[in-house]
Ligand binder design. Structure first.
Ligand code: ASP
Length: 438
């Protein structure tokens, strides 16, 4: 991009050449500080012309999600040799589910330790205006059945992400079988088709790199809005929720991922050197699916065979959500404690572990998905979030800081996908000879 600039465009060139991660971090800090200052001076909303820069960023991310999922998933699934689909697939799914269940348990432990809750009066006050924000009353089981599209074109047009993911996976897997067919005609046409999707995925990766150059500005504005709007509230009950979630995320990284890497004898430093970029990209984009190109690049740099990561990472972006699981545990505790004046029973906690793990299968890795999942899980343990109830008020409070919580949980979700992929690849010998995982 920088090559097209005139020689005199020094500032723009310097900006483009500066490390994108540092730029994003600087944007985060500037936005947060500005938001806190605005909140302190009583300004809770940004002028429209400034908030537009945040909206542009969110719209750019939304723009790429569907074509990127289709491109990367078809290429991913069709890169797996048919002989290895089952071998790799089963192990990957099992490790994903186990780590997600660990996540919910850590979240529940955090909830029990921190006992996050808001005053009932504050919740009731919000409840009156909590109409229209409620997600549908679908159960986990409806969501799982709905993964299968009835019309692929409708799914694409309506951007029903999970249905698009399902079809892309099925399409890609069929292509992987056709590519090794004995019939030359089938081999030729399937390779042509593969090349088309490979090209789509490559184009999308380049668009993502372009968007990442704009990310610092978008992030600064979005964070500024979150802090300006919630500055005062974040200082209270929601601060405890935020601390409990982020501490849970940190414990999960150190305990679960650190433990897994140690068990599979993977050098932790070398791993996190590569995992850093997808971690920050996920933090910013709040989308595991949107982060896929950077997660792919990290897996490649770690020396994992494409045959494994091209399949396991897109799958993980969809079904493996450890950060989201932790968030479910903490927030379920907050919702029950704030509205019922008591903590969770052992039975409710057991049910939350089961439902949150299952619900993660039925939720796509896009911004804000975890909040919808939370409503489903609450409904599953007998606390449906109905309009204008105290529960709706408490839920609205959580939604107020969802952007912040989503950043952390998505970063964890993506790190989890990469950790599990590295462990399974090493265990099954799908790593290159010069891989740092050896
Ligand atoms: N944003 C998360 C992800 O993409 C999902 C969530 O909202 O928890 O992984």
């Amino acid at each position: 991009m920088a090559n097209n600039e005139p020689k005199k465009g020094g500032i723009l060139r310097a900006y483009l050449n500066f490390n994108v991660l540092y730029k994003i971090l600087i944007g985060l800090v500037i936005g947060a500080v500005a938001g806190i200052i605005l909140a302190a001076t009583g300004v809770t909303a940004l002028p429209k012309w400034i908030s537009m820069f945040g909206t542009i960023f969110t719209r750019l991310l939304k723009m790429i999600i569907i074509p990127m999922i289709v491109g990367s998933l078809v290429v991913g699934a069709s890169s797996v040799s048919p002989a290895n689909v089952g071998k790799v697939g089963i192990r990957v799914v099992i490790i994903y589910l186990i780590t997600s269940a660990c996540g919910v348990i850590i979240g529940l432990v955090m909830g029990n330790i921190f006992q996050p809750h808001a005053e009932l009066a504050a919740v009731t006050e919000l409840a009156a205006n909590a109409a229209g924000k409620m997600p549908s009353d679908q159960t986990v089981w409806d969501i799982i059945a709905n993964i299968i599209p009835t019309s692929v074109l409708t799914s694409l047009v309506n951007e029903t992400v999970l249905q698009v993911i399902f079809f892309s996976l099925v399409f890609g897997l069929c292509l992987s079988f056709m590519k090794v067919s004995e019939d030359e005609r089938i081999r030729t046409i399937s390779t042509t088709m593969y090349n088309i999707f490979d090209c789509l995925a490559e184009v999308m990766m380049r668009i993502v790199s372009g968007i990442m150059q704009y990310a610092p500005i978008g992030v600064a504005v979005l964070i500024c809005e979150v802090f300006a709007k919630n500055g005062a509230k974040v200082a209270g009950a929601l601060l405890t929720v935020t601390i409990a979630c982020f501490l849970g995320y940190a414990i999960h990284i150190i305990g679960v991922y650190g433990g897994l890497l140690a068990i599979f004898r993977i050098k932790i430093g070398a791993f996190f050197k590569e995992a850093r970029t997808p971690f920050i990209t996920a933090f910013v984009t709040r989308s595991s699916n949107g982060t896929l190109p950077t997660t792919f690049a990290a897996a490649e740099n770690l020396g994992i065979d494409k045959e494994v990561y091209a399949f396991s990472l897109p799958l993980g972006a969809t079904i493996n959500m450890d950060g989201t699981a932790i968030y479910q545990g903490v927030c379920a505790f907050f919702l029950v404690m704030s509205t019922q004046g008591r903590g969770l029973t052992m039975g409710e906690m057991g049910m939350i572990v089961l439902l949150a793990t299952l619900a993660s299968i039925g939720t796509a890795g896009v911004p804000g998905a975890g909040a919808i999942m939370l409503a489903m899980v609450m409904s599953g343990i007998g606390f449906p979030i109905a309009e204008k109830t105290d529960l709706a008020g408490a839920y609205a409070m959580i939604l107020g800081i969802d952007a912040l919580l989503d950043m952390g949980r998505t970063a964890l979700n993506v790190t989890g996908d990469l950790t599990c992929t590295a462990c399974i690849a090493k265990k099954l010998g799908f790593v290159k000879a010069d891989s740092v995982l050896k």
